[in-house]
Design a protein around this ligand. Structure first.
Ligand code: ADP
Ligand code: MG
Length: 481
């Protein structure tokens, strides 16, 4: 079989070994110059930065794949909003797994409480990143289709420096004399769209003195990504203040006004933007759950509400693939067909006939991914881990907390990862494409629904999960062909 394609080898010429170090140095310099950076934590200084792991060159992606993934964004966002507001459907999805998943149960209890009490804030704002991997429909990778990995409805990061990275990759191509047309690396600026969503939500709150609250961790690798978004807000309206607070700070500083206003440190909050609060370790005690409930009950506009957070769970994703379920939420049969074409097989483990798929996964674990209701990476099981764990839970009710998913056989291509904890040699890699968007709605009226750009992450073909911050993947840019 012929080798996989790369921009360097197929659109330019292989880099000479003696040029490699200089290329890396200059491209890394541009990454820093343009703000493609992450925070180093755990050092003696409160905060220091270093360049993000990136690919040296952009990666080939068929233009129609990007077009298709983008075109589905608004439909996916409406779908998520409708799911989150369909209490009966939410119960159908979650009731079977709550006893097996304490964390999801605690979020669910917050959701149940506020659903019973009725809304204090009609406006919902969601910022999403819909993740896809590309599967080849032909041997040589010339024809590809996008398959959904998951849609992120809370803390969807990585949109901050996509625009800067585009400029870094335009630079690396030029430096290595690889010709390209403007439309092959099109303008792309997710952060401005996401910021526009936050600003629009802030305007809907109608109090010029109120702030946007970013709920964050102490400085972490993703901190610069959050600042990009703040910068987006600042560029749109300098009168809007963004404040950053951690859960422990909020527990100390939060109070509530007469009309359920959320007050932090004496300042009213218009919009709560969560970049935190999506994994159990963010809730070490009951105080964090109490805080989440209190915020949920307040008048502030939540990005996202706990309902939308739950609607982004893998369990919902699995149920949406079952026959007739998309039809419950979408009338347009073409849209249903297009959305469905991005689905791979997803399987519940709590059905009467689940033993069949469990046996299949135990026999061929390389064809599946086992997923719990968690976000943020590092939670899924692959290969031997998947088999061993399934063996352990196959007879127990614990299995209802998990779903099985067909492993996407991602199209392989070639690129160099730099600063990713691996050597910079040209290697076989696979990419994941994320599409960003904003959805703002009240129960009676959809106010905004738009797609606002993309990002790409690339990892070695053999990696199960590729984290940017754990050094297993690099940020990338699609090179459209
Ligand atoms: P999380 O919410 O933790 O990010 P994901 O569903 O996005 O969970 O999975 C994490 C990573 O695992 C993905 O970014 C991808 O690299 C890999 N992965 C997930 N699902 C699949 C799949 N079906 N096929 C191949 N790789 C997958
Ligand atoms: Mg993910």
């Amino acid at each position: 079989m012929s080798r996989f394609k790369s921009v360097e080898e197929d659109y330019g010429k292989p880099l000479k070994p003696e040029r490699l170090n200089e290329m890396i140095q200059r491209v890394t310099g541009w990454a820093l110059l343009n703000g493609v950076q992450k925070t180093i934590t755990g050092t003696e200084f409160p905060e220091r930065i270093e360049p993000m792991p990136i690919t040296l060159f952009p990666s080939i992606l068929p233009a129609d794949v990007l077009r298709k993934a983008k075109s589905l964004q608004t439909s996916f966002q409406t779908l998520i909003y409708k799911v989150a507001n369909d209490h009966e459907f939410m119960k159908e999805c979650f009731s079977g797994l709550l006893d097996a998943d304490v964390f999801t149960k605690q979020l669910w209890e917050i959701y149940e409480k506020v659903t019973k009490e009725g809304p204090t804030q009609e406006v919902s704002v969601i910022t999403t990143r819909n993740d896809f991997m590309m599967e080849s429909t032909e041997e040589d990778g010339a024809k590809q289709d996008c398959k959904q990995v998951e849609i992120n409805t809370i803390a969807a990061g990585g949109g901050g420096d996509a625009n800067s990275l585009l400029n870094v990759h335009r630079y690396s191509l030029s430096l290595h004399d690889i010709p390209f047309k403007e439309e092959q690396l099109p303008e792309n600026n997710p952060k401005d769209g996401l910021a526009q969503g936050l600003v629009k939500a802030w305007q809907l709150y109608k109090n010029n003195r109120a702030v946007i609250l970013f709920v964050v961790d102490i400085p972490e690798p993703g901190t610069p990504d959050q600042r990009w978004l703040e910068r987006g807000v600042f560029c749109l309206d300098r009168s809007i203040k963004v404040i950053y607070r951690t859960f422990p700070q909020l527990i100390m500083q939060t109070s509530f006004g007469e009309n359920k206003e959320l007050i932090v440190d004496g300042t009213e909050v218009a919009v709560v933007y969560y970049r935190y609060g999506f994994v159990p370790r963010h809730y070490p005690t009951n105080a964090e759950f109490k805080l989440r409930l209190d915020i949920e009950r307040s008048r502030a506009i939540k990005c996202p509400t706990v309902a939308v957070h739950l609607a982004g769970c893998k369990k919902v994703q699995q149920v949406l693939t079952e026959p007739g379920v998309l039809e419950r939420f979408i009338d347009d049969t073409e849209v249903i067909k297009d959305i469905r074409s991005t689905f791979v097989g997803l399987y519940r483990l709590d059905a009467k006939d689940s033993s069949k798929i469990i046996t299949q996964a135990i026999q061929t674990p390389e064809k599946f991914v086992l997923k719990p209701q968690r976000e943020g990476g590092g939670n899924n099981l692959f290969g031997d881990d998947l088999r061993n764990y399934l063996e352990k839970i196959k007879e127990s009710s614990e299995r209802s907390a998990w779903i099985l998913m067909d492993r996407i056989q991602a199209t392989r291509h070639r690129n160099r990862l730099i600063r990713a904890g691996l050597g910079p040699e040209c290697r076989n890699v696979v990419s994941e494409l994320g599409i960003y968007g904003v959805h703002i709605s009240t129960p009676s009226l959809e106010l905004e629904n738009f797609e606002c750009g993309h990002s790409m992450r690339t990892k070695p073909e053999e990696a199960n999960e590729g984290g940017l911050c754990n050094g297993l993947a690099g940020l990338d840019t699609p090179f459209l062909v």
